[in-house]
Ligand binder design. Structure first.
Ligand code: DX5
Ligand code: ZN
Length: 237
């Protein structure tokens, strides 16, 4: 997939029906999702447990867009090959998950995946300054990771700093946590291009009423567009 900074909506299947992942993934992709965001939690790095490589491999059969796997686990390195074998396109690991993020990112790319690095709300933008040429995505957490449906924490100053640091590099800025129609324009205005959203995409819908997912995705996308500088300033690109 060629790099671009158009807005991408990545629904988090943490808010899907856990007994029906295949149909849920099809529903969100049919309804306009750009990426599928998969939250892997270990009950140790974060206080919640979700699923491991075998489940992610099963999801892969249903994903036709990009499978974006967010690891909230520590340690990371012993599991990198398993997530590559599961068919992960983008593997995002937390900078706080261990002492050797540089080694981890090297290993992620060596395993054939794109490499993302995630920053908890308390971690400064400057933590990635020496990593910018070895990553494809920076995930700015706008909640403390572990659960869906939490309240957005304003990290727009961090996003703005990161956008300046990235310059012309092909590095996405992803926002994860509490993204909805209210918060999407704020983070897009600051420089984000990938919006993860769980509760605000799945709210009110089921696989039998997928058009509700579609309405939710379109509403977030429309709100995000308002935050794009070329739109809000009324000037051409
Ligand atoms: C939080 C996860 C998120 C979460 C986002 O630990 O990384 O991806 O599912 O969910 P919402 O959009 O509900 O905050
Ligand atoms: Zn996530």
């Amino acid at each position: 997939m060629p790099f671009d900074r158009t807005i991408k909506i990545a629904p988090s299947i943490l808010s899907a029906d856990f007994a029906n992942f295949g149909a849920e993934i099809k529903a969100i992709e049919d309804q306009g999702a750009d990426w599928v965001h998969v939250d892997v939690m270990d009950g140790h790095f974060v206080p919640n447990l979700t699923f491991g490589p075998p489940a992610v491999k099963a999801f892969r059969r249903h994903v036709t867009t990009l499978m974006d796997v967010h690891l909230m686990i520590a340690p990371v390195d012993p599991y990198i090959d398993a997530f590559a074998e599961a068919g992960t396109d983008m593997l995002t690991t937390h900078i706080e998950a261990g002492p050797h993020i540089h080694r981890t990112l090297q290993a992620v790319r060596a395993a054939g995946m794109k490499a993302g690095v995630a920053l908890n709300p308390g971690t400064p933008a400057e933590a990635v300054v020496h990593l910018l040429d070895m990553i494809d995505l920076i995930c700015v957490m706008t909640v403390n990771p572990g659960f869906g449906g939490q309240t957005f924490i304003d990290m727009t100053a961090k996003v703005r700093t990161l956008r300046g640091m990235i310059g012309d590099r092909p590095v996405h800025i992803q926002i994860d946590g509490g993204v909805d129609t209210q918060t999407a324009p704020l983070v897009v205005r600051a420089g984000a291009d990938v919006l993860v959203s769980g509760a605000a995409v799945f709210r009110g819908g089921t696989v039998d009423t997928p058009e509700i997912y579609g309405n939710n995705i379109r509403a977030i996308r429309a709100a995000a567009a308002v935050g794009q500088p070329e739109v809000s300033c009324g000037r051409p690109k």
